[in-house]
Write a protein that binds this ligand. Structure first.
Ligand code: SF4
Length: 343
């Protein structure tokens, strides 16, 4: 399965740990089962408390709220993913499990089929544990839960079976950061690497692009909590991520002032040692550019790709704020962007 064309992860002696044991191995199975039992109660008889939306539904009775998922998680796909950061994909890939459904409604969503229309396999805890073990058997370097915010209880129910089945890989929690504190509390000691995507910094952008005015406020608080739990990102001797916070930010054209505010928050509140992936791969998707009720194209300000100069300016801005751990591969990706066209 080795992918020869991939550049290998770069070891970083300043951030290398020799203790490679995943956090969950220091808990006993009984403790994790208890965390899972507490998490299941969040699904609720009449109100779901798994995420900050607090939908008035009883997911314990398989009712569905905005995320579209009831009592059981739905897995859209699971596979060795080679598109993640070098420190996650390594040479055998990141063992990715894509959960179906989503608790946000971002207008530029690039995974519409998975997120807005629930598709995939409805899984029991045993089946989900088996998927993790299959990914480990394939040689993946980690287990990467993508869009886990709305299925934290179901994931926790699967963890004891995965561990007793022999799971020994670090776990990555790959979220939009629109998580509840209650869920994150129950993930403490289970997750090795938190990988939140901080999308914007203001109420206006949160409301306009994710249909949720409190997104930025919630995300700032949850990311601080993630950072408290695991600290800055650290690697093993081969440059593979083992523990810590890997913060992503998708740089979007037309709202670069949001990017500036995000970077300022990271530098001021999380610190210059925060590992940041400034993602350059935005493209118009979802509702962007489509005709709205009036017949006009919607969200025109973000209806284009990012230009190379814009991206490089953002990188410089991050550095000027003192951020010194910007993901190398995403910086290299700037070369693939088109230069700004002359006026
Ligand atoms: S997890 Fe789903 S059902 Fe529960 S509050 Fe969030 S969106 Fe609503």
């Amino acid at each position: 399965m080795y992918q020869e064309s991939l550049s290998p992860p770069q070891p970083d002696p300043a951030w290398t740990v020799t203790d490679h044991v995943p956090l969950y191995l220091s808990l006993d199975i009984g403790e994790i089962e208890e965390q899972a039992r507490r998490a299941v109660t969040l699904l609720g008889e009449e109100r779901c408390e798994v995420c900050p939306r607090l939908c008035k539904v009883g997911r314990l009775h398989d009712e569905r709220g905005l995320c579209g998922i009831g009592r059981r998680a739905v897995v859209a796909s699971y596979f060795a993913h080679f598109g993640e950061e070098n420190c996650l994909r390594g040479w055998n890939g990141s063992g990715t499990i894509f959960f179906s459904g989503c608790n946000l409604r971002c207008v530029f969503c690039q995974n519409y089929d998975i997120s807005w229309e629930v598709q995939g396999e409805r899984v029991s805890p045993d089946r989900l544990a088996q998927m993790m073990l299959e990914l480990q058997a394939m040689g993946c370097h980690n287990i990467n839960w993508v869009t886990p915010e709305h299925v934290v209880p179901q994931i926790l129910e699967a963890v004891p079976g995965a561990i007793t089945g022999g799971l020994r890989l670090p776990i990555v929690y790959n979220s939009s950061a629109y998580d509840s504190m209650g869920s994150l509390e129950l993930m403490e000691g289970i997750v090795d690497i938190y990988m939140p995507d901080l999308k914007y910094a203001t109420v206006e952008a949160s409301r306009r692009y994710s249909r949720r005015a409190d997104y930025a406020e919630v995300a700032r608080a949850t990311i601080k909590e993630m950072n408290r739990q695991v600290g800055p990102l650290r690697f093993d001797e081969r440059g593979l991520a083992r523990r810590g916070l890997l913060l992503r930010h998708l740089v979007m054209p037309g709202i670069l002032d949001e990017t500036e505010a995000v970077l300022r928050f990271v530098a001021d509140e999380l610190g210059p040692d925060t590992y940041v992936d400034l993602m350059a791969q935005y493209y118009p998707a979802g509702l962007v550019g489509k005709a709205g009720r009036t017949g006009d194209a919607q969200f025109e300000e973000i209806n284009r790709h990012l230009y190379r100069e814009e991206y490089l300016d953002v990188v410089e801005l991050g550095r000027s704020f003192g951020l010194r751990r910007l993901d190398a591969r995403s910086l290299g990706g700037a070369d693939r962007l088109v230069r700004t066209l002359p006026p």
